[in-house]
Design a binder for this molecule. Sequence first.
Ligand SMILES: [Zn+2]
Length: 481
Amino acid sequence: MKYEVVIGLEVHVELLTECKLFCSCPNRFASEPNVNTCPVCLGFPGAMPQMNRESLQQALTASVALNCEVALYSYFDRKNYFYPDMPKGYQISQYYIPLGSKGFLEIEDDQGSLKKVGIGRVHMEEDAGKLVHEAGGEAAARSSMVDYNRAGVPLIEIVTEPDLRSSEEARRYLEKLKSIMQYAGVSDCKMEEGSLRCDANVSLRIPGDQAFGIKTELKNMNSFRAVEKSLDHEIKRQVEILNSGEKVATQTLRWDEDKQETIVMRVKLEADDYRCFADPELAPIELTAEEVEQALQNLPEMAEERAHRFVEEYGLPEYDAGVLTASRCMADYFESCLTLYNKPKEVSNWVMGEFSAHLKNAGLEADQAFFRPEDMAELLKMIDEQVISGKIAKKVLDKAFESGKKPRQVVEEEGLLQISDQSELEAIVDQVIAENPDTVESYRGGKSKALGHMVGQVMKATRGKANPQLVNELLVKKIDG
Ligand SMILES: [Zn+2]
């Protein structure tokens, strides 16, 4: 392609706090509509907002985790516009002085080397409410409802420099950002619940050009996959426009997940004018250098450090450590299992393999799974105690995920106990020997593989429940006499 792609991302992240930003209403997802509200977040005249320190602490943690310079003095501005989800007629945000600036995070670029993506600003603001269009009843077709539970929830907006050069880089940036926010304990970053939202600016230019091309803005991308696809779609669209000698129009486009294409929302004639000014009701945000330093010192272990420690402390292969630390809750899950069953490689195999596959199927994160670390430990102990075989253990895990029952209960109810009773197995072994004279011969003739075949026959006859080691011993003893 003869053009260079220039992408910048604006990401809104909801902070994990007990309370909303300027009132003591709970910051909670999926409550009944409008229950988490009060005069402050409903924008009643005369209600006095007051910033809670918890939100500031989280925003500060996010800023230092993203290597930002932190403003010791900043304040909130009013960004004035009208929309029904914003009852005050303005949003409280940080327009003139962001809390964090000049930060960066590192990703792999398209050539596989490490690249710094500049973060221009990290600022605090309040979230808006939510319009509900699919309200039931007769009026549904001609009305919308509004839920103010989200109004006033603390957000940070994280704005990159125009440093990203492809849709893949954009996706990698988002994955890294999500990991950092989760490890820092700042946000759960659940895109499907709206706690991470992303807008993108895209333009093209001839490589070597200093000036940027005309950019368009993309909105409404609700998964990392959607971000990547809509960027690809938009890049292709702009290439076609430029190749035909036309000019790209300054537009805001919306990604339509069903149609898999971008749709024009509005054409921008000039910059939006929000008449921003400092909010006269809120005290300025003041921090000391010591508080910033403390936040830096208190940063929890991030993904790379943790992966490194998994290799050093548990002797795991780097691959395992990378997979397990890809999300914080997975890494936490793994380490919780270890406190109950201290065989790192075994736990790693099961967590990365069967457990992850089930999570993926169910669309769950590790911390949402009913199958808790104690269940995993229980399952692995049963293999060690030869109560079940490894093969049966997979079946037990399937059933446990399906039914929500404990592993030991599944084993008992499904009759999956391993057969370690010699006399019971002997009868089956005898039968297999009698039915396979040729295989017995070739084993005697030195083909050790033949034994495996017969073990398989016994396992099949017992539907996988025979103790394979015992079967092996019995076969050898009987054939070799
Ligand atoms: Zn409130």
